[in-house]
Unconditional design. Structure first.
Length: 255
């Protein structure tokens, strides 16, 4: 038998047009096999458009982890928060001490060196001097706050039969005024001495750098057009007064 008369061995490309490549052949046969074995399901899946992703839920506002108690218990914090709001109340000019987080500032300070009077001489003998000479005694600030806050609560219950946080603003003012003027007689702490510390730390908490827990969102600075912690004023020093958006120390961190 002549060589050309011998039967040819079946091959992959036998009977296919020359222009049809092996790659296209495999793809096309895949569609056919899938349709034959799975009733067209495989072919349908291959041709199906990718599903549209569901819209993501709105991102929650990030937590402010500075708003956490480090010294006060919940009851003490409630009294301090209410008292600071009476000292620095919200008005048409902006938020008050409560919204600004002054009570958190005081809490954080009491938990640290300031609350322990760590940088002050605290050894006897103690003298009773003039009020302008400042505090002299063995009690640390954190101990003064603990005692005074309990005395505030006791006086509130005896005068109004309510907890300090349950009083109206005017009634809370009566309690605070009794401390400021030493109308309330105590043997444990100086009422007026405590009120001075409470008032000064309230002001500090409304205008401190936000990293210390107060002056939330720098709103205390914004009310007074205070620029905060700017690194330089060279671009405005030779110009008329320029209102500058305030900056915290955190704004100067480069990661």
């Amino acid at each position: 038998m002549a060589k050309e008369d011998e039967p040819k061995q079946p091959g992959v490309n036998q009977g296919l047009p020359k222009q049809l490549s092996r790659r296209k052949f495999l793809i096309n046969t895949g569609y056919v096999i899938g349709g034959a074995v799975l009733g067209g399901a495989a072919g349908t899946l291959i041709k199906k458009s990718p599903p549209v992703a569901a819209p993501l839920p709105p991102t929650a506002e990030p937590k402010n982890y500075n708003r956490a108690l480090m010294f006060f218990n919940q009851g003490q914090f409630g009294i301090v928060e209410a008292a600071t709001e009476r000292i620095f109340p919200a008005d048409e000019n902006g938020p008050g001490a409560k919204a600004l987080g002054a009570a958190f500032y005081i809490d954080h300070q009491l938990a640290g060196a300031w609350g322990l009077n760590a940088k002050e001489y605290m050894e006897p003998p103690f003298f009773v001097g003039e009020k302008t000479q400042g505090y002299q005694g063995r009690l640390r600030r954190r101990e003064m706050f603990e005692i005074a806050l309990q005395e505030m609560e006791n006086y509130s219950m005896s005068k109004f039969s309510k907890s300090f946080t349950e009083l109206t603003g005017e009634q809370q003012d009566v309690i605070l005024k009794a401390f400021e003027t030493d109308e309330l007689k105590l043997t444990t702490v100086s009422p007026s001495g405590f009120f001075k510390i409470l008032r000064s730390s309230t002001i500090e908490g409304t205008y401190c750098d936000p990293l210390y827990g107060g002056n939330s969102n720098m709103d205390g600075w914004k009310m007074r057009n205070f620029p905060g912690n700017q690194m330089s004023y060279t671009d405005v020093i030779d110009k008329p007064f320029t209102k500058i958006p305030p900056k915290s120390l955190q704004d100067h961190i480069s990661l």
